[in-house]
Design a protein around this ligand. Structure first.
Ligand SMILES: NC(=O)c1ccc[n+]([C@@H]2O[C@H](COP(=O)([O-])OP(=O)(O)OC[C@H]3O[C@@H](n4cnc5c(N)ncnc54)[C@H](OP(=O)(O)O)[C@@H]3O)[C@@H](O)[C@H]2O)c1
Length: 263
């Protein structure tokens, strides 16, 4: 009834399959994953997941169809699987960047429930922030897809108009955070640490800061106030960063990505 077909077993497709298995809410036999080079799905096959080159077979044996191919391949996949889709049975969830629900429905020429889903690469360790919007979906479908992606991190429902913004803030955003960590490491090395120790300190500091906000529910500035002693070294460093455009450059970078994606 609720078997899942993942069309496109690349980076994201396999991360979704692995995450679902770790969650234990899905058995290996509940998942079918396809790609052309199926030998690269050996790990999943050994775990009992169905692997195949046959997208039609996958669609015929599943209810939820996750499309995880590159955006330029989506039309071919929709044309291939479209005739096998049954309205009232199948649900489509596409993770392809920039492909709208309207485009999918028009290409399929069927009023089938369609979800557009934007995770980030932390889905590999079930720590994604995944933004979801839908068309033609009823309450039960929406709950089912949200629950599915909640097994792979946090899942939130947004309006489709915000999907490009979600791509920039969440999916591109992880790269911005990595660059921040790398910059902290570089500075850490210059003030005396070896790369591994600097990396460990930077990573755990970012993780701890994020968890403090998540668990405490406070504004970041309140947490900053706790560590800034009058005339101290933290405020001195922070102010120097701001004089050099730290917040401004981050905001401008995010806006630049957004303008690029909008084009
Ligand atoms: N990676 C991310 O962080 C991220 C985040 C959000 C959204 N996305 C979106 O997710 C999608 C997948 O990204 P990715 O990074 O996982 O790309 P990827 O690693 O290139 O995976 C795409 C997979 O599609 C398979 N494929 C190609 N033609 C196929 C066909 N006819 N039938 C079945 N499978 C086929 C390819 O398999 P073969 O090589 O065997 O042909 C490949 O493994 C993209 O649309 C991307 O925009 C990615």
């Amino acid at each position: 009834m609720n078997k899942i077909a993942i069309i496109g077993g690349g980076n994201l497709g396999t991360a979704i399959a692995k995450g679902l298995l770790v969650s234990k809410n899905y058995q290996p036999a509940d998942i079918i994953i396809t790609r052309n080079k199926i030998e690269r799905l050996k790990d999943l096959k050994e775990k009992g997941v169905n692997v195949s080159r046959d997208n039609i077979f996958a669609v015929n044996n599943a209810r939820i169809i996750i499309i995880a191919v590159k955006p330029y391949k989506v039309v071919d996949i929709l044309n291939e699987i479209g005739p096998g889709l049954k309205s009232g049975h199948h649900i489509i969830a596409s993770v392809a960047t920039g492909i709208t629900t309207d485009f999918i429905i028009k290409t399929l020429e069927q009023e089938i429930p369609v979800f557009r889903v934007m995770p980030n690469t932390a889905i590999e360790i079930q720590e994604s922030i995944t933004c979801i919007c839908s068309r033609n979906a009823n309450f039960a479908d929406r709950e089912q897809i949200k629950n599915l992606f909640s097994l792979l991190g946090e899942a939130i429902v947004i309006n489709e108009e915000l999907m490009e913004a979600a791509t920039v803030l969440g999916a591109c955003g992880i790269a911005f955070v990595f660059r921040f960590i790398r910059a902290m490491m570089q500075a850490g090395i210059e003030i005396g640490f070896d790369a591994i120790t600097a990396s460990k300190i930077a990573e755990q500091t970012v993780k701890g800061a994020a968890e403090l906000l998540q668990k405490g529910g406070k504004h970041p500035e309140e947490e900053i106030d706790k560590v800034t002693t009058p005339k101290g070294c933290t405020i001195s460093g922070l102010n120097e960063m701001e004089h050099r455009g730290f917040s401004s450059s981050l905001i401008k970078g995010i806006l630049n990505s957004f303008h690029k994606i909008e084009k």
